[in-house]
Design a binder for this molecule. Structure first.
Ligand code: FAD
Ligand code: DLZ
Ligand code: SF4
Length: 515
């Protein structure tokens, strides 16, 4: 009997469910570098380099651990270019009696895998991905028992399940959530630690050259590549984050500072999503730091909530709502993506900074993604699928299971409020409060309308006016509509005219950037 175990590019975990009880003697591990995965959207160069380098390092580790690894390289002239073609070739080579694979992270790939058994006449066993804390079916039974999907309640279940920051059945500190102590604006004199940088070794250097050669026209920069590419490096990056940044993570979680690309964020999402770290070990490290007095509770709790709360929640949501959610556009947005999302050429400093960070590092932190890039697209009425494609392309941590819920659900309200009951919409004053950008921007955040006014201001009211029928009854937005109602008609008209004038100046992106 020969078993083929395909290990996909984001399944790089030695404790992967399929590896745990496989017999090394009659198993072939198949790893496939394929053009299709790099080009179904034209991923950021840095992201492709990260995945290929991490795959090559993982294959070597598996071989050292005694596994037989069949590795298809991108530059192999016989490479078919896709997972299904590579499975066909591997079946010819190894004549397996069965294929066993951990469920993939994307619907698109699941649909592909579901064709293999019939196509190849070989049984295909798809095994749940137990690297997540909450199983797909477990999430669905949690969701079915309630009318709305409030993340906070899901998170409490995960706290109980993992025992993290718990005193018996009570949360440590007597509260589940310490966000009231978080979300401070930045202030002068703060020191922001850099995430740990790793010097590319020969394997990574070879991959960088390959990516430049094959994907040179994709978005993003490849220079100064410094991401962790194996589990050892990822653990060092985790320890570095815990000691240098975690203590201030909570307080400044939502801050934005010009020229500061990471602030106190961990930049662990690429390693987590590849499987180099498990969510539980990351969350446990933060809980340990709190237990040892090395991080305050608001920081540890806030960080742990992102991992065992939001990350697990969006994954459950994805598998519950797919494939229908992928085509939703509840706000009927029709505008193509602005070109400046690709070029970074805009006078709006908050956007220019977020896009620069994205281009240079395939990174932007959560508030840049949500309240700058996502917020602008929603206010401007950009087609949510253009926005989703952009987000899938540009971030090194982007896989559809995590990207799509965050973009369509959280940031674009395209799912009609299933994930977030209120749209994450904000005017310039929010960005001004949470950043130093407005001080340095060519636009004036205090001006409401006109050529020099911050565009977010008019766009915000234009958005509320455009969607009045949908949102006026939403009790979480009643204050906003009360303010709108108090304005004189000529003020309201001036906002709408200013928004229209600004929107007319936006150049739309040409085809070919994303696909
Ligand atoms: P930190 O701020 O240090 O947070 C710690 C960890 O918590 C992250 O590494 C991540 O694993 C997890 N996390 C935090 N927020 C979320 C969230 N909303 N959903 C899932 N996990 C979360 N995250 C991705 O991993 N991939 C994506 O493609 C992605 N796309 C996003 C798109 C939009 C529009 C928004 C608003 C958020 C998106 N996020 C995505 C969530 C979040 O912005 C990133 O996980 C985070 O910025 C990664 O940087 P970090 O590791 O420094 O995070
Ligand atoms: C994103 C990506 C890229 C760029 N390249 C590969 C690859 O060559 N081989 C591979 O196995 N995986 C790659 N990936 C990640 C896959 O897209 C990811 O595993 C699937 O989408 C399932 O989540
Ligand atoms: Fe952004 Fe407006 Fe502030 Fe400029 S003034 S940085 S456009 S919020």
């Amino acid at each position: 009997m020969t078993l083929i175990i395909p290990v996909l590019g984001d399944q790089l975990s030695h404790d992967l469910a399929v590896l745990r009880d496989a017999d090394r003697a009659d198993t072939v591990i198949l790893m496939m570098e394929v053009m299709e995965e790099a080009t179904y959207v034209r991923h950021h160069k840095r992201k492709i380099a990260l995945i290929l380098s991490a795959m090559r390092h993982f294959a070597e580790e598996l071989k050292s651990a005694g596994w037989s690894v069949d590795y298809a390289r991108l530059d192999d002239p016989n490479n078919s270019g896709g997972f299904t073609g590579e499975i066909a070739r591997a079946i010819d080579r190894h004549k397996p009696t069965a294929i066993r694979i951990v469920e993939p992270g994307e619907w698109r790939v699941k649909v592909m895998i579901d064709t293999w058994a019939e196509k190849f006449g070989v049984p295909v066993d798809i095994v749940p991905d137990d690297r997540f804390i909450c199983g797909i079916l477990e999430f669905q039974s949690w969701a079915q028992a309630r009318n709305d999907l409030v993340m906070e309640f899901f998170y409490r279940e995960m706290r109980r399940k993992t025992g993290l920051l718990m005193d018996g059945d009570k949360p440590k500190g007597g509260q589940w959530n310490f966000d009231k102590e978080n979300r401070k604006p930045p202030k002068r004199g703060l020191n922001y630690p850099e995430p740990m940088h790793f010097q590319p070794d020969d394997v990574t250097q070879e991959v960088l050259a390959l990516v430049e050669e094959r994907f040179g026209r994709h978005f993003g920069r490849l220079d100064k590549f410094a991401l962790p590419i194996n589990a050892g490096q990822a653990r060092r990056a985790l320890r570095h984050f815990i000691t240098t940044a975690l203590p201030s993570f909570g307080a400044y979680q939502d801050a934005m500072v010009t020229g500061q690309d990471w602030l106190y964020h961990s930049w662990l999402s690429p390693a987590l999503n590849l499987g180099l770290l498990t969510p539980l070990e990351v969350a446990q490290a933060a809980a340990n730091a709190y237990a040892e007095g090395a991080a305050p509770l608001n920081a540890a709790e806030g960080f742990i909530r992102q991992i065992i709360g939001w990350r697990e929640y969006v994954r459950g949501y994805y598998w519950m709502e797919m494939p229908d959610v992928a085509v939703m556009n509840t706000l009927k947005a029709t505008r193509p993506l602005p070109e400046f999302y690709w070029t970074g050429e805009t006078d709006m400093l908050c956007l220019a900074e977020a896009i620069r960070n994205t281009r240079d590092h395939a990174y932007a932190h959560h508030i840049q993604r949500l309240m700058v890039l996502g917020n602008f697209a929603m206010l401007a009425g950009v087609r949510p699928h253009d926005v989703a494609d952009w987000f899938l392309v540009v971030y090194a941590d982007a896989y559809e299971w995590v990207e799509l819920p965050n973009v369509l659900g959280m940031s674009q309200h395209a799912d009609g409020g299933r994930l977030a009951t209120k749209p994450y919409a904000g005017g310039g004053s929010y960005i001004d409060r949470m950043s130093d950008h407005c001080r340095l921007c060519r636009y004036d955040v205090k001006q409401k309308v006109g050529a020099d006014a911050c565009p977010f201001n008019a766009l915000y009211w234009d958005f509320l006016a455009r969607h009045e029928r949908r949102f006026r009854q939403n009790h979480r937005m009643s204050n906003m509509y009360a303010n709108w109602d108090r304005m004189k008609p000529e003020v309201r008209e001036a906002y709408l005219a200013s928004a229209a004038e600004f929107l007319d100046t936006i150049k739309e992106a040409a085809d070919g950037w994303a696909k």
